[in-house]
Design a binder for this molecule. Structure first.
Ligand code: SF4
Length: 548
């Protein structure tokens, strides 16, 4: 196997024996083959679009299937067999509608094998393992684009569930996947496609923002309890707010409390979710701490998306998956055209002991998305003009298990008292419960939301730039980002598409970026690796004030 799509890849170069995430050789081969099959489907879908044939079942399937190949989403090989078969079925259905037979050899004609061993054999040579004599820089950019597309597809899947779709983005995904088979595309073409992927991701995040705010209202600043109430309980992790909404509706009045985990924390800010009294609080921290946090949770656990890890202790007996998340043997709650039926999760929780008593562990604030922040824009602008706020730091992105991420805790702790920290995604769990105080009533730590709420942060930055009559790069704003998986790749490409410069990225740079491609990023965007909190703060803010 060869996989280097995430930040924790083995030795910083690639997982070749077993994924650090737990993905084995069989699963890696099935994911490579699914991506290959999707390229064939994309070739046919692209030609179909040219002839005015658009099939949203194909579009939605492509996004779901790409989402399945994200790091820590689906570890169930049987589901990948089904996805590969379905990709071929949809491809052949589209071919039949077009009535054409002149398809090129390769994925447009690929036929799946009847069993997993046969599929694994067919996956040979179809992944991203380096090949002798190839252009390493083109491969690097192709990987950047394909991994970015996986992130875009994840956001499109969430948005489609909430009724938000855009044919333009679907068409781009097919065209670009098919483009990976085109040897005539040059290095410059792939640079353009990488930036275009960022542009399309901005649209995908905009769709998801419209889906979330349309369905659940605009987030409001909300204090979220970190402790628990005595009683039986359900824990919901991942990113899918619609799953949480349906579970809350179905579990109301049953004596259960529902807690969020990981990237579900911002759910507490949405009016249509916080209205449920039994949405009782937030439990635990970021995804990589499941190994200790899940066994200690005395109720049922629902994983709605990434990041799922191998269940430890008794977790396998109380774990459910839904959406694209999957673990072999864990019961999977499927969508059957209407609302999902979460009865098995509720019944499991009712059969488990729950928390013996109340425990108060304090509160954290969330809900500082664009409407909440821009609602006090006058106050923010005045604070900047008066010098009360010297600088904004966007400290955002994924958390992860590898050492080196304490940097993000320390840079927040050491940032001077006249700075405001904007944060989003699960990297915030490094510092989310710190009391940083406020500046004239404006909290110094503002949780904008989930990773996809990068859209909200971009809107906030754009509005501030407009108010000050400058470009975003001229604002007193610096971005210090952490990445782990492919949604972060998509967001980084969005920031580059928007021309954002001077981004600090860590804890390590992507293994799939070659030195030449990195140089392009440095030359055009001055992207740089994180160093130490002290040195980076000094570079961003200048010398500390004497009263600090
Ligand atoms: S997803 Fe990450 S950890 Fe898993 S196999 Fe790929 S590079 Fe390795």
């Amino acid at each position: 196997m060869f996989c280097n799509q995430c930040e924790q890849t083995a030795k910083g170069t690639g997982c070749t024996v077993q994924g650090v995430c737990g993905k084995d050789e069989t699963l890696a081969a099935l994911q490579d083959l699914l991506t290959y099959a999707l390229k064939g489907l994309a070739q046919v879908a692209t030609r179909a679009r040219e002839q005015g044939v658009i099939d949203h079942a194909v579009d939605r399937f492509t996004c779901r299937a790409l989402f399945s190949t994200l790091t820590n989403v689906d570890f169930d090989p049987d589901r990948f067999v089904t996805l590969i078969d379905r990709a071929v079925e949809l491809r052949d259905g589209l071919k039949a509608r077009l009535g054409e037979t002149d398809w090129p050899d390769g994925p447009a004609r690929f036929e799946p094998a009847g069993d997993i061993d046969g599929l694994v054999a067919r996956a040979a040579g179809k992944g991203f393992a380096p090949l002798e004599g190839e252009d390493a820089d083109v491969r690097s950019l192709q990987q950047t684009v394909v991994y970015g597309l996986r992130g875009v597809a994840a956001y499109l899947d969430h948005a489609a569930i909430l009724g938000q779709e855009d044919d333009l983005v679907y068409g781009f995904i097919h065209q670009t996947l098919a483009g990976t088979l085109d040897p005539s595309l040059t290095l410059e073409d792939w640079v353009s496609l990488a930036l275009k992927t960022g542009e399309m991701n901005l649209r995908a995040m905009e769709l998801l923002d419209a889906g979330h705010t349309g369905r659940f209202g605009h987030p409001e600043p909300t204090a979220v309890p970190l402790g628990h109430k005595g009683g039986q309980a359900i824990l919901v992790s991942g990113h899918d707010l619609e799953d949480l909404s349906q579970l809350l509706a179905q579990s109301a009045g049953k004596g259960l409390n529902v807690y969020t985990h990981g990237e579900m924390l911002p759910a507490h800010g949405y009016p249509e979710l916080k209205k449920y009294d039994h949405l009782a609080g937030h439990y635990g921290t970021a995804w990589q701490n499941q190994g200790t946090e899940f066994p200690a949770f005395p109720g049922a656990i629902l994983m709605t998306t990434n990041c799922i890890r191998k269940p430890k202790g008794d977790v396998a007996q109380k774990l459910f998956t839904t959406g694209e998340a999957g673990w072999p043997g864990a019961p999977h709650i499927r969508a059957n055209g209407g609302p999902k039926d979460f009865t098995p999760v509720i019944q499991k929780a009712l059969g488990l002991p729950g928390f013996a008593e109340d425990e108060d562990r304090g509160r954290v604030m969330t809900g500082f998305a664009r409407q909440a922040v821009l609602g006090v824009a006058d106050k923010v602008i005045e604070a900047v003009k008066s010098g009360a706020i010297r600088h904004f730091l966007l400290v955002a992105g994924c958390d992860g298990a590898k050492p080196g991420r304490n940097y993000y805790t320390e840079i927040v702790e050491k940032a001077q008292a006249d700075t405001v920290i904007l944060t989003l995604a699960c990297g915030k769990f490094r510092f989310f419960d710190k009391n940083l105080g406020d500046i004239g009533g404006i909290p110094r730590l503002l949780d904008v939301g989930q990773c996809n709420d990068a859209y909200s942060a971009i809107r906030i930055a754009g509005a501030l730039a407009e108010a000050f009559g400058v470009g975003v790069n001229d604002l007193p704003l610096s971005m210090v980002l952490s990445w782990y998986e492919q949604k972060a790749v998509a967001i980084l490409l969005t920031l580059l598409h928007l021309g954002i410069k001077d981004i600090r990225l860590g804890p390590s740079l992507p293994a799939f970026i070659t030195p030449n491609v990195l140089q392009v990023l440095v030359d055009n965007f001055n992207i740089m690796p994180i160093t130490t909190p002290e040195d980076d703060l000094a570079a961003i803010l200048g010398p500390a004030k004497t009263d600090q």
